[in-house]
Write a protein that binds this ligand. Structure first.
Ligand code: FES
Length: 107
C-alpha cells in the first residue's frame, strides 16, 4: 500500500477541513442563496428573508429539519440515524452543511 496520509496541503488548508462556502437553491422558486464560511444554512436563509423554525440550533432537536432534493449534505447534527444520513434527503439546516457546491432544498 502506498496510500499516504493527508499531505501538508490538506493540513494547511483549513477550508478543506472545516467550513467552506456553498450555495443553496430553493426548489420552490429557484432562488440561489450563498452560505458563507462560518454561517449556517439557517442563518443564511433567514438573512435572505425566509422565516424558518428552529429551536436548539445545535443539531439536537430536529425542529429545523429540511428536505434535500439535490446535492449531498454534510450532516453535522445528532438527530439523524446513519441510514437517514446516507439517503441524504433531509438535513438539519442549523448545523449541517454541504459536500457539494450546491444543495437544492425543499423550501
Ligand atoms: Fe434543533 Fe436544528 S434547530 S436541530
Amino acid at each position: 500500500g502506498t496510500s499516504a496520509p493527508l499531505g501538508p496541503r490538506a493540513a494547511s488548508d483549513p477550508a478543506a477541513r472545516r467550513d467552506s462556502s456553498f450555495e443553496v437553491e430553493l426548489a420552490s422558486n429557484g432562488r440561489v442563496i450563498a452560505v458563507p464560511c462560518g454561517t449556517s444554512v439557517l442563518a443564511a436563509l433567514r438573512g435572505a428573508g425566509l422565516e424558518l423554525l428552529s429551536s436548539c440550533e445545535e443539531g439536537i432537536c430536529g425542529t429545523c429539519e429540511t428536505g434535500v432534493l439535490g446535492g449531498v449534505p454534510d450532516h453535522r447534527d445528532s438527530v439523524l440515524e446513519p441510514a437517514e444520513r446516507e439517503v441524504g434527503d433531509i438535513m438539519m439546516i442549523c448545523v449541517s452543511r454541504a459536500q457539494t457546491p450546491r444543495l437544492v432544498l425543499d423550501l
